[in-house]
Design a protein around this ligand. Structure first.
Ligand code: SF4
Length: 255
């Protein structure tokens, strides 16, 4: 498996061809020099979330929106294909204090430059208890929320949340959030969430959240922790099919 990847080195990056999203233009509202995340997932493609970070200051909304406007303009001039715009980047985007202003501004810029592109977010779902985060998420066209673990112990082992959120509160907040897509990463080797008891509990937990759909996938790059291996496609497909059979929720496997 290839190594972990470097952090994104710009506010706007890509577009990245994604089987899940088409040509996805990434927006990184976090620093460029270090990862800022509320999780420390063992499989993170950027490596570990390190304490302390660096002295780089968070850019506030006006500066970020100026950079995003310039990048969108360049894409239009260069006829770059853009199917969707996704807030992701160097960590957890919901940690940015100006999230609501940024989402509203990005949507305005989207309307002006790529009116058919959906604006979405990739999130670890740990900040959903914050009213301004829920307000910002409600403005988006798509909400992709991480859900790899069915119980507190597995969540702490795999996703290693760094804040005060507890698992049951996060699940309750996911249930209350309308129209979400869950993204569930399965892995084997040094960490394994594909065992029968865990998959059974995951099906039950996803069934209680009732997302619009679920994206099931596995690692395809280097990981923060050593010894994590990808899950064979037939196993992923069996997990997705089992969820749909038990709950009626559509689930797709992505590689
Ligand atoms: S939530 Fe995403 S960015 Fe943060 S540690 Fe996990 S995989 Fe990495």
């Amino acid at each position: 498996m290839p190594d972990t990847i470097p952090l994104q080195d710009a506010t706007v990056y890509g577009p990245i061809p994604s089987r899940r999203l088409g040509w996805s233009l990434g927006i990184n509202i976090l620093p460029l020099s270090h990862k800022v995340c509320s999780s420390n997932c063992v499989y993170c493609q950027y490596g570990w979330t390190l304490p302390g970070g660096s002295s780089e200051r968070l850019k506030r909304a006006p500066q970020l929106l100026e950079e995003i406007a310039a990048a969108f303009q360049r894409c239009v001039e260069e006829r770059t294909p853009v199917d969707c715009i996704t807030l992701a980047g160097n960590g957890e985007p919901t940690l940015h204090p100006d999230l609501e202003e940024l989402v509203a501004g990005i949507k305005r810029l989207r309307d002006a430059h790529f009116p058919r592109a959906a604006v979405g977010i990739l999130s670890d779902a740990t900040q959903l208890d914050r009213p301004h985060v829920r307000a910002a998420l409600s403005l988006l066209d798509a909400r992709y929320m991480k859900f790899d673990a069915a119980d507190e112990a597995t969540w702490r082992r795999i996703n290693q949340p760094l804040g005060r959120t507890d698992f049951q509160a996060m699940v309750a907040a996911l249930r209350a959030l309308p129209d979400i897509v869950l993204q569930s990463l399965f892995m084997q080797g040094a960490y394994d969430n594909t065992g029968e008891p865990h998959v059974r509990a995951w099906v039950e937990a996803v069934g209680s959240i009732r997302p619009r759909s679920v994206q099931v996938y596995t690692v395809d790059r280097g990981t923060a922790a050593p010894g994590i291996t990808e899950v064979p496609r037939p196993t992923l497909q069996a997990i997705a099919d089992r969820l749909t059979a038990a709950t009626g929720i559509p689930a797709e496997v992505y590689e």
